[in-house]
Design a protein around this ligand. Sequence first.
Ligand code: MG
Length: 462
Amino acid sequence: MASVALPISRASLRGLAMSLPLRLGAVSSPCLTSGLRFSSSFVAGARRARAPAELARRQRGTALTRGFKNDVRVGRSGRESPSFAFAFDIDGVLLHVAKPIPGATKVLKFLNDDNIPFILLTNGGGKHETERVKDLEARLGVQLSTDNFVQSHTPFQELLEGPNSLRDKTVLVTGSDYEKCRTIFKEYGFQNVITPADIYAADPTIFPFQAPSSYTTPSQPLPKPLYSHPGPITNPATLPSHLKIDAIFVLNDPRDWALDLQIITDLLLSHAGYLGTYSPLNHPTPTTRDHPNGGWQNDSQPPLYFSNADLLWSAGYHLPRLGQGAFQAAVAGLWRRITGGAELRRVSIGKPYRETYRWAERVLTSMGDGGGRIGGVGGLRRVYMVGDNPESDIAGANGYCSEEGTEWVSVLVRTGVWSAERGGKLEGVFEPKVVVDDVMGAVKWALKKEGWEKGAAGEELE
Ligand SMILES: [Mg+2]
């Protein structure tokens, strides 16, 4: 899925950056794309978490910490492994409406054959990484791996780690297909996953309209009954025997917004995530006036996570379509109406947010063969981000400040949503290092810059 570069999207991004209370402090670093960052708990978990490639390697008993000094990867060409790598967006770069863009297959095969590391970094989602990689392999005719594939919701796995782990907590997940969302989260390692369908099945009065069948089937029994007492909470001791949601996730684009909007709003208004309760801190009163955010979302309500902030995206239709960012805007707009102007506290990941780039860089760094690390002693020096969207691909790469000192170079292609006529000026964080015709041009430009024009058999990429 590709988001669309339009002025409205750019404005929305800036507006979101200004309003998101969960960012860590002020925008103090020039490396920050937009000031949007994870909540402190997310970051704490992320520091302890390991990227999938690294986890898999550790399970095979080849610890990454072994023998850095002499681990220099050697490709089929007999050359040392490069200290540079590529990150490719998918839609508009490698594929267009599910068909390969000319040159894409040749480029990936060249990189595979020459042991040049790359990852596919997409804001798409809705399928488990394993399923999506199989699908891409069939379409592109290139061998891929989940080790070099990062979807918008892939970094949610970081929340399984650390002292605030959500592994054994109860989480609500929604998206295009409730049951598929549950399956993906279960495969990630979340143990207690419920969907809006489970809640609707337990009490259909929560949505007092004729419900489409997707709300009702399939569903699973809730682990605990819903709280259903009207009025203030008079006996808090009874709460633990009722359903409590510890985090809310939007995995990908919801299809039927109405039930999702209702349940998410109910949880944001609840006391501590007990669905069916109403927080006594809601509404500014003499008691709550001094609370942060006027008391809203200040009573241990579950955090709300979105995997992708793209307002619009390019699909088969001739005009841009609403994406997950539109659903996020709907939740935020509804929240402002309900609260009389309070900003919605939430966390967004995916491109252009820094945590997604940090995750991607860690995946690339852990790609050395035989327990080595990419680039040998010097490590990963440079990553070329090849994308078609200035709002996400380019802004994210330009704004990302690597903790390891790795340089991210943004490369914009003309095969996707951006065009000089439609996309407007490329300025500031949206300005790429170079604009090229397509992915072939992007990789050739980068290889020339690296002095790596010839492949394993001495052939040039063309
Ligand atoms: Mg794209």
